[in-house]
Design a protein around this ligand. Structure first.
Ligand SMILES: Cc1ncc(COP(=O)(O)O)c(C=O)c1O
Length: 390
């Protein structure tokens, strides 16, 4: 009876468990969700940190407001206005300790046990874990190549009791799928029609290396909506700076929850990020990440087409860090994982991304491995799959 009931139904992160066994140096791992370390602007962050400390050291080291560093909130609001034509004011922005914290705060503020929560199928494991602490009734809706299956979504909404929907419409984790414009508009309409709070998480949106930009769903909705963002994938995840954008009444409640959680996100890292953003050419930096990940994605997709046996399919993402492989029905990705690990190559079996038993899918990360590692790792994986299917 030591632990709270709240913890009873919450699983440990399967990915973090997997990362322990895939950390051996001889393993080529496509399992993690890590950005490429060479994409981190180490020198520029070092200079930004030195400048911040030299110019406003005591303030950067002091306690600060829960809402976050005002100039950084301004910068974020301006980017929504300029890039997406979405009217966002700095007042609506709350800086969070990564967007992962935003998920926890949203769970705390909006979810009571039993509240219906639409999630994608497959869905982001970190969100499922985070929301699980608040006991919602998960209502998974299938993802198709074009985004959420809107017929299924409408059926789920019609059945009643849905309070919120958690969606990752661009280069989704784990599938790499991006909702097309029509699906975004339909989802926005359905969310508003049924009064479901739209929680739109967008950590990968800036990492598009193919195709044209599509605006966030929030642009089309007239209903309640919260947008999540992060600097983890365009600057560095170790700084732990993300944000949410919510109408002020909601934002106020989220601020209260954040006060109780951690008072505020590190003043120092917020200022370092802001300094980095204002003193450097962010577009050139993001472009270098895009071209790196684009080349790595192309190499991985080509390997799948050339070397994986017929009957195995994959998504072909236009951005982000992941792609999703589907094996023929009845083939277990968890068993394949064991065989792959014996050949020193790793991926994440798809099972934990679902709320029910589905075992014939897996996730491959293409952002973290070099091109030669992709060649070698995909060779090993292809051999394993061929053996497994024969
Ligand atoms: C969909 C999604 N949301 C949120 C996060 C958390 O990111 P962070 O807390 O680093 O901002 C991740 C990280 O991989 C993610 O894939």
């Amino acid at each position: 009876m030591l632990f709270s009931q709240r913890m009873a139904g919450v699983r440990r992160s399967y990915i973090r468990e997997i990362l322990k066994v895939t950390a051996r140096p001889e393993v080529i791992s496509f399992a993690g969700g890590l950005p490429h370390p060479e994409s981190f602007p180490v020198q520029a962050v070092a200079k930004a940190a030195a400048d911040v400390l030299a110019e406003s050291g005591p303030d950067a080291l002091q306690y600060s407001t829960t809402e976050g560093f005002a100039p950084l909130r301004e910068w974020i609001a301006a980017r929504y206005r300029e890039r997406h034509g979405i009217e966002v004011s700095a007042d609506e922005v709350l800086i969070t300790t990564g967007s992962q914290q935003a998920l926890d705060l949203i769970g705390k503020v909006f979810l009571d046990p039993g509240d219906g929560l639409v999630v994608e199928r497959p869905g982001y494991i970190g969100a499922i874990q985070s929301f699980s602490l608040y006991g919602p009734d998960f209502r998974p809706v299938t993802l198709t190549e074009k985004g959420l299956d809107c017929t299924e979504l409408e059926r789920v909404l019609k059945a009643g009791g849905v309070k919120a929907m958690y969606l990752v419409p661009s280069f989704q984790n784990p599938s790499g799928i991006t909702y097309d414009l029509e699906t975004r508009q339909k989802v926005a309409g359905l969310a508003a029609e049924y009064g479901a709070l739209l929680v739109e998480d967008n950590p990968y949106g800036e990492l598009r290396f193919k195709g044209g930009a599509i605006p966030p769903i929030r642009k089309f909705t007239t209903g309640p909506a919260i947008l999540l963002g992060t600097f983890s994938k365009i600057v560095a995840p170790g700084l732990r700076v993300g944000w949410l954008v919510a109408p002020t009444e909601m934002r106020d409640k989220l601020v209260t929850a954040k006060q109780a959680a951690d008072l505020h996100t590190s003043s120092l890292t917020q200022r370092i990020i802001h300094r980095f953003l204002t003193d450097n050419d962010l577009e050139a930096h993001i472009e270098s990440i895009r071209s790196r990940y684009g080349a790595q994605r192309d190499r991985m997709v080509a390997a799948i087409h050339e070397r994986f046996p017929a009957g195995v399919s994959c998504t072909e993402p236009e951005g982000g860090m992941f792609l999703w492989v589907t094996l023929p029905e009845g083939i277990s990705a968890r068993k394949l994982f064991e065989a792959a690990l014996a050949r020193n190559v790793a991926f994440v079996p798809g099972r934990p991304f679902y709320l029910e038993e589905v075992d014939n899918t897996f996730r491959l990360n293409f952002s973290n491995a070099s091109l030669p590692a992709i060649d070698e790792g995909m060779d090993r994986l292809a051999a394993c799959i061929r053996e497994h299917l024969s």
